[in-house]
Design a protein around this ligand. Structure first.
Ligand code: NAI
Ligand code: PYR
Ligand code: MG
Length: 614
C-alpha cells in the first residue's frame, strides 16, 4: 500500500506487484502506471470497447477524450462532445435534486455508483454532509427495509447456506486481486431495525462508500459482503420478492462453522485485507470478534469504533463544560442498552479511565457506569425482591447476563429499576442510548437529570433517526436548552426559545472507521489493537475549537469527515508502528502523515490506456 500512489512504470509495477505478493486471477487489474508518451499518470487496463463504458471503475461517461476514444475502441459509442467532470457534476446534481424523496435519491446515487464510480465519489465528497444522510443513516435504513423491492443490480458478494463447501472457490469470482477492506454483515441487527437478512447488504455498501469518500480507500479495493444464514423476519420470509435464503437463521455450531469457512476463504485470497464485522446481533458480535481478533486483521464496528466516537463525544463534552478530559472518572454515566454497542461503548470508557490513571482499579471504573437493558437496571435481584416493586414483575424474563454485562451489575441497587428511578437515585451527568428503541429517554428522566447537572450529556445514539431514544428538540426542550447533544443519525440544530441555537452533533462510527481503516491499510497492520481505538477517540475529541465547544459543537461537521479520517488514520498508523503490528516498510526519512495523505484516493479521471498484457 505504501507503494500504491507512487508513479509506477509498467516494468516496475510488475516487480513491485511481485514484491507485494500480488497475483493475477481472471481479469487482471487496471494499474496506475507512468506512460512516457503522455508524461502523466495513466491507468492501464486490459479492457476495451463497450466493456470500458460499462465498467464503473473505468467509465468516464461523456468525459473520454477523442484520443482515448480512439485508443479504447469506443469512438461512436458515447455522445460526440467530450464533457469534463465539472459539467457532469452539474448534470448529476441537478438530476439528484429533482428526486422527490430520500429513497429516490438513494436509488439515483446507487445507479450512479454502478455506472461511474469516479463521478459518484467526486459528487459524494463535494456534498458529503448532504449525501451522507442518503447513502448512510438515516436513508440507508429505509433502503435496507425496501432492498428487495428496489433491487436493480448486484454489488458485493453474497455467501449463503447453499454455498457451504464452495466458499474458497467462490472468492475467486470477485474480479479484483486487491482488496484492502471488507465490510461483512449477517443482517441480524441492521441499525435499530432488527433482522433484515440479505437486505442488510446496503449497510456494507454504505459503510464502504464512506471508507472511500472519507477514508480514501481505493474503490476497487473494497468488498461488501452479506453472509446469508437465513432470517427470522417473518414478513421477509413471506415476501415473494425477498432475495435472501427462505429459511430461519442457522444458529450454534452450524452458524460458527459457516462463518469460519467464510473467514478462511477470504484470508486465503486476500491475506492482508481488513475485515470489519458489522451489525451482527448479540452475542454473535462478541463471539466472532473474540474468535478472530488475534487471528486475522479485523474489528467489530458496532462494538469498537462506536466506542471510539462515543468516548470522543464524552471527552469533548467534558471540555464543553469547562472540565478536563482527565475528569472522566468523575462522571456518572447511565448507558441504556446492554447489547454489542452498549457494552462496547462502556468498555471503551472504562479503558480510557484506566489509561488516564485516575481510578485505582477497573472495578472502580465500572462503578461509574449504570447499565440498563429492556428489563431495566442491571442491579441486585435480592434488593428488588425486598422492594417488591410492581414494575419488577411487569418486565418479563431476562436471560442470564454474560460475563461482560455482569461487570456492570450494581450490588447496592435493586435489579430492574426503571430509567426514571435510576436517574433519581444516581443523578447522572451523562446518558447514552443504544437500544434501537424510539422514546426510551422519557421526559421525566431527562428533566430529572437536568435538575442535578447544569450541562447534561444526552446522547441518543440509535439509528436511524426514527429509532433515536429522543429527538434533539426533546433533549433541548427538557433541559431548558442546556443539553450537550449528540445522536447517531443527524438532527438539525434547534432554535431555542431565547433565540440561542441548540447545537446538535452526529456521534456515529462513521467518524472513526474510515480513519481506522486508512491507518490499518497503510501500515498493513496485522492486528487491530485496543490503543488504536483509544487514540482515535483522543484525536477526534481534540478537533473542536474552544469556541465551538463553548456553543456545544463537539466534532467537526460531517462535511469534514475526510480531514477527520486523515487525522485518525495518521495516528492509527503511528500506533501500528509503535506497537510493532505494522508490516509495511517505511522508507528512510518518510513522514508518516505525508505517506497517509498521499495514499488517499482522489476521484479524478486519469488517461486510460489499453494494453493486452494486463
Ligand atoms: N451511533 C452509532 O455509531 C451506533 C449506533 N448503534 C445503535 O445502537 C443500537 C443498538 O445496537 P446493538 O447494541 O448492536 O443492539 P443489541 O440488540 O445488541 O442491543 C440492544 C440493547 O438494548 C436493550 N433494550 C431494548 N429495548 C430497550 C428498552 N426499551 N429499554 C432499555 N433497553 C432496551 C436490549 O435489552 C439490548 O441490551 C442500534 O439502534 C444501533 O443503530 C450501534 C452502533 C453504532
Ligand atoms: C452506525 C451503526 O453502525 C449502527 O447503527 O449499527
Ligand atoms: Mg452498525
Amino acid at each position: 500500500m505504501l507503494l500504491c500512489r507512487r508513479t509506477l512504470t509498467k516494468s516496475n509495477w510488475v516487480s513491485s506487484a511481485r514484491s507485494l505478493g500480488l497475483r493475477h486471477y481472471g481479469v487482471p487489474p487496471a494499474v496506475a502506471a507512468s506512460d512516457p508518451r503522455l508524461d502523466k499518470t495513466v491507468q492501464v487496463t486490459a479492457s476495451k470497447g463497450v466493456n470500458i463504458i460499462h465498467d464503473p471503475l473505468l467509465s468516464k461517461g461523456t468525459a473520454f477524450s477523442l484520443a482515448e476514444r480512439e485508443r479504447l475502441s469506443i469512438r461512436g459509442l458515447v455522445p460526440p462532445r467530450c464533457q469534463e467532470m465539472d459539467k457532469q457534476l452539474l448534470r448529476v446534481k441537478r438530476n439528484l435534486d429533482d428526486c422527490r424523496t430520500p429513497l429516490a435519491k438513494f436509488v439515483f446515487l446507487s445507479a450512479l455508483q454502478d455506472r461511474n464510480e469516479t463521478l459518484f465519489y467526486r459528487l459524494l465528497i463535494n456534498h458529503l454532509e448532504e449525501l451522507a444522510g442518503i447513502i448512510y443513516t438515516p436513508t440507508v435504513g429505509l433502503a435496507c427495509l425496501r432492498s428487495h423491492s428496489i433491487y436493480r443490480r448486484s454489488r458485493g458478494m453474497y455467501f449463503s447456506t447453499q454455498d457451504r463447501g464452495a466458499m474458497s472457490a467462490m472468492v475467486y469470482n470477485w474480479p479484483h486481486d486487491e482488496v484492502d477492506v471488507i465490510v461483512v454483515t449477517d443482517g441480524s441487527r441492521v441499525l435499530g431495525l432488527g433482522d433484515l437478512g440479505a437486505n442488510g447488504m446496503q449497510i456494507p455498501i454504505g459503510k464502504l462508500s464512506l471508507y472511500v469518500a472519507a477514508g480514501g480507500i481505493r474503490p476497487r479495493a473494497v468488498l461488501p459482503v452479506v453472509l446469508d444464514v437465513g432470517t427470522n423476519n417473518e414478513s421477509l420470509l413471506n415476501d415473494p420478492l425477498y432475495l435472501g435464503m427462505g429459511h430461519p437463521r442457522i444458529e450454534g455450531e452450524d452458524y460458527y462453522s459457516f462463518v469460519d469457512e467464510w473467514v478462511t476463504a477470504v484470508k486465503s485470497r486476500w491475506p492482508n485485507a481488513l475485515i470489519q464485522f458489522e451489525d451482527f446481533k448479540y452475542p454473535h458480535a462478541y463471539n466472532l470478534l473474540n474468535k478472530y481478533r488475534n487471528k486475522v486483521t479485523c474489528f467489530n464496528d458496532d462494538i469498537q469504533s462506536t466506542s471510539s466516537i462515543t468516548l470522543a463525544g464524552i471527552l469533548a463534552g467534558l471540555k464543553a463544560r469547562g472540565r478536563k478530559q482527565e475528569d472522566l472518572n468523575q462522571e456518572r454515566i447511565i448507558c441504556v442498552g446492554a447489547g454489542s454497542a452498549g457494552v462496547g461503548v462502556c468498555e471503551g470508557i472504562i479503558d480510557c479511565m484506566v489509561a488516564q490513571g485516575r481510578v485505582r482499579s477497573r472495578d472502580e471504573a465500572y462503578s461509574r457506569i449504570w447499565m440498563m437493558d429492556q428489563h431495566g437496571l442491571l442491579g441486585n435481584p435480592a434488593l428488588s425482591a425486598e422492594e417488591s416493586d410492581q414494575t419488577v414483575a411487569r418486565k418479563g424474563e431476562r436471560t442470564q447476563l454474560d460475563e461482560r454485562q455482569q461487570c456492570y451489575v450494581k450490588a447496592d441497587l435493586p435489579d430492574r429499576l426503571t430509567l426514571e428511578e435510576v436517574v433519581e437515585r444516581v443523578k447522572p451527568t451523562a446518558i447514552l442510548g443504544l437500544t434501537g428503541i424510539r422514546g426510551v429517554f422519557s421526559e421525566k428522566a431527562i428533566r430529572t437529570m437536568a435538575k442535578y447537572e447544569e450541562k447534561p450529556i444526552v446522547f441518543p445514539l440509535s439509528n436511524p433517526d426514527t429509532h433515536a431514544e429522543c429527538t434533539a428538540e426533546e433533549a433541548f426542550s427538557w433541559t431548558d436548552g442546556r443539553a450537550i447533544f449528540a445522536s447517531g443519525s443527524p438532527f438539525a440544530d434547534v432554535t431555542l426559545p431565547n433565540g440561542r441555537i441548540g447545537r446538535t452533533n452526529q456521534c456515529n462510527n462513521s467518524y472513526s472507521f474510515p480513519g481506522l481503516g486508512l491507518g490499518i491499510t497503510v501500515s498493513r497492520a496485522n492486528e487491530v489493537t485496543p490503543t488504536m481505538f483509544l487514540e482515535t477517540a483522543r484525536v477526534i475529541a481534540d478537533m473542536a475549537s474552544p469556541a465551538q465547544l463553548k456553543e456545544g459543537t463537539l466534532f467537526p461537521g460531517v462535511a469534514n469527515l475526510r480531514d477527520v479520517a486523515l487525522a485518525v488514520g495518521t495516528r492509527v498508523c503511528e500506533v501500528a508502528y509503535e506497537e510493532g503490528v505494522a508490516t509495511a516498510k517505511l522508507k528512510e526519512g518518510e513522514m508518516l502523515s505525508e505517506v497517509v495523505k498521499n495514499s488517499m484516493f482522489q476521484p479524478e479521471y486519469v488517461p486510460l490506456v489499453h494494453h493486452s498484457y494486463y
